[in-house]
Design a protein around this ligand. Structure first.
Ligand code: RIB
Length: 643
């Protein structure tokens, strides 16, 4: 299109058009000027470059300056470009480090290019650098400088507030927030929402990291995703993805155990953990609106002077649900022994008159009851213990090990006469063990002590019982469980025979092979012996078979489970670990087959280390094997279906 054609369309002379495009239009009426500019604009008329240079005419060029650290820079750039190009403008951008010098350099460089206007990401007035240049600011901070003139903004602070308010509305009171440092206002906004709501709502944990790597490799996820938190605000979609991965590995279910909301949305969140709810941050819309506003200001030859906020919205998906109801105050009760274990490492277990020299000695807290209680506590179970300790240094250490591992010790009593129980554990080269127990105070546990703590039976679903206490106390425990509808899991160690009248009250009998043959002596097979126990009223029998895994027998199933793939160095406490993990998993609502696989992994992890209580896995450790557990479970289920 030529200047003559523009003139003809506007019904003016070519010299009038020339005056207008070169800014020498003082003697031309505003109506004519606007008419000509409109036609120039509509026809995308670009004057000769020679003309533009010589006459200092503005290029049809918009400058955009963004900070390099800013994670939304790319999106804003693309969107501004989409806005200006159809209007016959081009966009030139500079990504700067945000220092005043870098901004000043970028502005100077752009002015040399004769840009028509400038979009700049900043919450500071940069008038001293931009001079008379038509400038529109964009920012994510509602607290921008009041003198900076035309500004389009969205508020990350409000986004944090909105996210927290959404979680609070769902009933969450223990909320965490993980964000990049540059987005700290999300945390401040969330804190404000929590503070306004008041007790019992609280910011249970927060973390700001310099970048995503810092958050993932530091302790950001660990400190913000744990039992003390029911909901997490993630400062970006990338952080939300990392939280989903972390939760999956730790066996935390979104949204049943943890609700998650992302500040910032993107399409990948549709599928993460079944869909993550997000506060939508309209960065693209903000950049587009700012760019269009700037173009209007340029074409109307007036300075931009608007202050406009871009509204936030919520995209609901499936990652928020009400916090899980507080679990029953106590749902696993352990009744059993507490021993101080002296473990001797030997080449072989000594036989008949033999003397052996031990390769190592360890003294560590143990006892089947203590081990099972600590195992349950470490895996996140709500566990209480009824047991008896001597009033001696061992007693204090054993007590401490329970409290250190979140075991409710109100049922533990101290015996003023008898010493704490002791166990002497021999470990041979292959990790197999032989144990001699001196019960001491354990034998003082009687029905009166059980009755003093009857409320613990009332509150429990499962009772883990082992027999290094008196037979009378064990029988009384089974009766009390029956009376209070508590399912008994019995480890029949150190007994030759089980009272048949009690067997019908046992929900889970968990012997090893040797223990099974003591209870049902004779030449019968494993399947036949467990079958006999079912006939006597035991609901489920699980025979632990060491390296060969375990065998489950109940009315529906007869299944051999492989062992978890670990190499044993000390098998002591493997069965205690199995039983506590089984109870925790069942108490969390998992099915029996899954719980047996989970328990096999817990036991497998335990036997890779010396000692018991130290070696028992916590939730995080077993979480590492979650996908292996699921694979083994799927395999067993599919084999079962084929049969
Ligand atoms: O099951 C292992 C435990 O048996 C040891 O800790 C020992 O104390 C004995 O009770």
């Amino acid at each position: 299109m030529t200047i003559q054609e523009i003139a003809a369309l506007a019904n003016v002379s070519p010299s009038t058009v020339s005056k207008i495009v070169n800014g020498k239009d003082k003697d031309i009426s505003e109506a004519t000027r606007q008419r000509v500019l409109k036609i120039i604009e509509e026809n995308n008329y670009v004057p000769y470059s020679r003309y533009r240079k010589e006459e200092h005419m503005r290029q049809r060029l918009i400058g955009m300056i963004l900070k390099d650290s800013y994670s939304y820079a790319g999106r804003m750039l693309r969107s501004a470009e989409r806005a200006v190009i159809p209007r016959g403008y081009n966009l030139i951008s500079r990504i700067v480090d945000g220092s005043p010098e870098s901004i000043a350099d970028a502005v100077r460089e752009m002015q040399h290019l004769n840009i028509s206007g400038l979009l700049i990401y900043s919450d500071q007035d940069l008038g001293e650098y931009t001079g008379g240049l038509n400038t529109v600011y964009i920012t994510d901070n509602s607290g921008f400088s009041s003198s900076q003139g035309s500004t389009f903004y969205l508020s990350l602070y409000d986004a944090g507030k909105l996210a927290a308010a959404r979680l609070i509305r769902e009933g969450h009171t223990k909320i965490s927030c993980i964000a990049l440092k540059e987005h700290s206002s999300i945390l401040y906004g969330a804190e404000e929402a929590v503070r306004r709501h008041g007790e019992p709502c609280r910011m249970a944990a927060w973390h700001t990291g310099s970048d995503l790597d810092d958050i993932i490799t530091g302790d950001g996820l660990e400190s913000c995703i744990n039992d003390s938190v029911t909901a997490a605000i993630c400062g970006s979609p990338e952080i939300a993805q990392a939280v989903c991965g972390y939760a999956a590995a730790a066996g935390i279910c979104i949204p049943h155990t943890l609700s998650v909301i992302s500040v910032g949305d993107e399409s990948s969140l549709k599928y993460a953990a079944g869909g993550i709810t997000a506060v939508t941050l309209p960065f693209e819309e903000m950049a587009e609106k700012a760019a269009l506003y700037l173009l209007d200001a340029i074409s109307q030859r007036k300075s931009a002077e608007a202050t406009k906020s871009v509204p936030l919205s919520l995209t609901e998906r499936r990652s928020i649900s009400p916090p899980a109801p507080a679990p029953r105050e106590t749902n696993i009760l352990v009744v059993g022994s507490l021993n101080m274990d002296t473990t001797l490492e030997l080449a072989e277990i000594p036989v008949d008159g033999e003397t052996q020299i031990a390769g190592g000695i360890l003294t560590l807290p143990g006892g089947k009851g203590g081990n099972q209680a600590v195992g349950s506590g470490k895996l996140g179970g709500n566990v209480s213990m009824i047991g008896r300790l001597g009033k001696d240094p061992d007693g204090r250490l054993l007590h401490r090990s329970l409290t250190d591992n979140q075991v409710n010790v109100e049922g533990i009593e101290f015996d003023t006469v008898n010493a704490s129980g002791k166990a002497f554990v021999y470990i041979d080269r292959s990790g197999e063990n032989t144990i001699v127990v001196y019960p001491g105070a354990n034998l003082g546990l009687d029905d009166r002590q059980l009755l003093r703590h009857e409320t613990l039976f009332q509150k429990s679903n499962y009772c883990l019982l082992s027999l290094e206490i008196s037979a009378k106390a064990a029988a009384a425990t089974i009766q009390m469980c029956h009376a209070h509808d508590v399912q008994v899991m019995l480890k029949p160690s150190a007994v030759d025979k089980l009272d048949s009248s009690l067997l019908c009250h046992i929900h889970y009998l968990i012997p090893n092979e040797r223990e099974l043959h003591k209870i049902i002596p004779g030449e019968l097979s494993l399947e036949e012996k467990t079958g006999l126990l079912l006939e006597k009223g035991v609901k489920n029998v699980i025979v632990t078979l060491g390296k060969r895994g375990c065998y489950l027998r109940n009315a529906e199933h007869s299944i051999y489970f492989p062992s978890a793939p670990f190499t044993a160095v000390d098998t002591t406490g493997g069965a205690d670990s199995f039983i506590s993990a089984l109870a925790v998993c069942l108490s969390q609502g998992q099915d029996l087959i899954y719980s047996v696989v989970y328990a096999s992994y817990a036991a497998g992890i335990t036997v890779t280390r010396y000692g018991v209580q130290e070696a028992l896995p916590d939730r995080k450790t077993i979480g590492i094997y979650r996908s292996d557990i699921e694979k083994m479970y799927e395999k067993i289920i599919s084999q079962e279906k084929k049969q």
